[in-house]
Design a protein around this ligand. Structure first.
Ligand code: C2E
Ligand code: CA
Ligand code: CA
Length: 563
């Protein structure tokens, strides 16, 4: 230490020079090193609470200065200016400074531990209030912000809007491209929405593909509509995820306080209800909450819980509508059509409950049941005298997106001893075009089983004919709206004739739906349409009734061609 260094104070000048070189230069270097070190540990504005660190920094500065001071003293000695009288006291100062630095370092270590514990707690708190995938606030934080905004609005008499957003086809993407892609898409959607709104608005992710936007101060409900429109439009532009170009749309529902509810729960619920309304109206849009929606939502909820019980309770039935060869008048197929014997509302047609079945995913087990039941019934119908009778089964969008569809069909074909070419699956154009890649893969898998594919309601969907070549399709079913006027209107006849001709040119079987009059049948015969279906030829009936009819048909009672 410094105390021994200055035991040589009284030696002559040659020794002073050596002393300068040995001690002075070292003091200079040590002093500079400590000052640099002090700069390194100097607390930043954020470290105000770190006493240990400040102590170390201050100790470094003072100790560095002290060392420079020694350098000054040795220099003065070499120059022969003598040595100040307080030099012996400096040893004590050195000791104090070294203690200070040591103490500071211990405090520093303790504090570091405390701070890292605090950081961990902060991180845990962040996780509790944020969604791990997107980093956006979660439902809890949204509620906090919403309650705050409501309290403020009550004082100022202002308005608060909640926009509930739900992606329209997220499940299809998730199921067909995998959860990794799905997660990254959600992240990208969150980013895009956040950039479409103001910094003061809270965007939260509150569930799988559900986001909620809080607009804490809106002057007019229409402003919330403008924001919702902007967000829906922002989502509409394609996303690129892992090299896939993905198209999603969002549906939004808006509720505004105090008009649509004064508390957080009511507002969130009403925005959700309005979102469902937007979906029902065709998705990719937004809707404001309206009080009468509550009644509809309650009704839908009741329908949903009843439908959940329908399958186990054996309330679902199939009717079969025969399809006839136009040329021979013989029945060539039977279409399975679903009915629900609702315990209170009587027998419901599919239009009354398929929407709910789709939205809830219930269509998947129901569709599986339809497939099996239809194949089982068809076996009995064939035994009744129509050995080549095909069974037509309608598929829903959800089923086509389901990964296990092909396997399931294969199992049913085996279990019900159904020749694959006698099962024809009906899909609609819009259904297949919503997710063309997934649909194409599923359809090719089904085709590989030997099952036939039919395009239902042809002409009402996208009318993009490209897919007719791309998808493995066997049959076109002309929608009944095109069949309606063929015997009364020249324009209608021309369109139907063109569709039939096109199907023939593509080598497809063409079936006309909704034949209600003899005149329509005559037209179809003239156009050489392959088959026809409709109330004029046979209504949907239970399998037993069709069975009886088929036995009659074998005896020649149903003769459509003749007339
Ligand atoms: P779709 O596939 O176009 O089925 C034909 C619908 O037209 C049936 O209505 C049938 O009763 C009706 N129909 C048949 N002939 C005539 C006619 O001459 N005139 C008129 N006006 N209508 C006729 P339904 O049974 O109410 O089924 C409605 C829709 O529900 C079906 O349309 C189909 O898309 C869907 N659907 C039915 N069963 C199932 C099913 O098991 N699964 C799925 N995913 N959808 C089904
Ligand atoms: Ca159909
Ligand atoms: Ca149809």
């Amino acid at each position: 230490g410094a105390a021994t260094t200055f035991a040589f104070v009284a030696t002559p000048d040659g020794a002073a020079l050596r002393h300068f070189v040995r001690v002075g230069v070292r003091s200079l270097l040590v002093g500079l090193a400590f000052l640099v070190g002090a700069a390194g540990v100097w607390p930043t504005a954020g470290d105000a609470a770190r006493v240990g660190r400040r102590l170390v920094a201050a100790g470094f500065v003072l100790f560095g200065a002290q060392q420079l001071h020694y350098f000054g003293i040795t220099t003065a000695r070499v120059l022969g200016w003598g040595v100040p009288g307080y030099v012996p006291l400096m040893g004590i100062a050195d000791l104090i400074l070294q203690w200070t630095i040591g103490l500071g370092m211990v405090m520093c270590l303790l504090e570091e531990e405390r701070f890292s514990a605090m950081r961990a707690a902060r991180r845990a708190e962040h996780l509790a209030y944020h969604d791990a995938l997107t980093g956006l606030p979660n439902r809890r934080l949204l509620r906090d912000h919403l309650e705050l905004a409501l309290a403020q609005a009550r004082r100022t008499g202002g308005r608060v809007a909640v926009v509930f957003l739900d992606l329209d086809r997220f499940k299809v993407i998730n199921d067909s491209l995998g959860h990794g892609v799905g997660d990254r898409l959600l992240d990208a959607v969150g980013d895009r929405i956040r950039h479409a709104v103001r910094a003061g608005d809270t965007l939260a992710r509150i569930g799988g593909d559900e986001f909620t936007l809080l607009l804490p101060a809106v002057a007019d409900p229409d402003d919330a509509g403008a924001v919702a429109r902007k967000v829906v439009e922002a989502v509409r532009a394609p996303f690129t995820v892992d090299g896939h170009e993905l198209f999603v749309t969002a549906s939004a529902g808006i509720s505004v306080a105090p008009d649509d509810g004064a508390d957080a729960d009511t507002l969130l619920k009403h925005a959700d209800v309005a979102m469902y309304r937007a979906k029902e109206a065709g998705s990719d849009s937004f809707a404001f909450f309206a009080p009468e929606m509550n009644a509809r939502a309650a009704e839908r909820l009741a329908l949903e819980s009843a439908l959940r019980r329908a399958l186990p309770a054996g309330q679902l039935r199939l009717l079969f509508q025969p399809v006839f060869s136009v040329e021979t008048g013989r029945p060539v197929a039977a279409e399975a059509l679903l009915r629900w014997a609702h315990p209170e509302r009587g027998v419901l047609a599919p239009d009354a409950f398929l929407g709910v079945a789709e939205a809830t995913g219930l269509i998947v087990p129901i569709g599986a049941w339809v497939l099996r039941e239809a194949c089982a019934c068809a076996r009995r119908l064939r035994a009744a005298g129509a050995p080549e009778l095909a069974v037509l089964v309608n598929l829903s969008a959800r089923q086509l997106a389901e990964a296990g569809l092909v396997e399931e069909v294969r199992a049913v074909l085996v279990d019900e001893a159904t020749p694959p070419h006698l099962l024809e699956l009906e899909i609609t154009e819009s259904l297949a075009m919503r997710e063309p890649l997934a649909a194409e893969a599923a359809l090719r898998g089904l085709r590989a089983l030997g099952v036939r594919i039919s395009v239902d309601d042809f002409g009402t969907g996208y009318s993009s004919f490209g897919y007719l070549r791309r998808f493995p399709v066997d049959t076109l079913k002309i929608d009944r709206s095109f069949v309606r006027d063929v015997d009364t209107d020249e324009g209608g006849a021309a369109i139907a004739a063109a569709i039939i001709a096109m199907g023939q040119r593509l080598g497809l079987r063409v079936v006309a739906e909704g034949v209600e009059r003899e005149g329509q049948l005559a037209f179809l015969r003239a156009q050489r349409c392959d088959a026809a279906q409709g109330f004029h030829l046979g209504r949907p009936v239970p399998a037993e009734a069709l069975e009886a009819m088929l036995r009659g048909a074998c005896a020649g009672e149903v003769a459509v061609a003749g007339d």
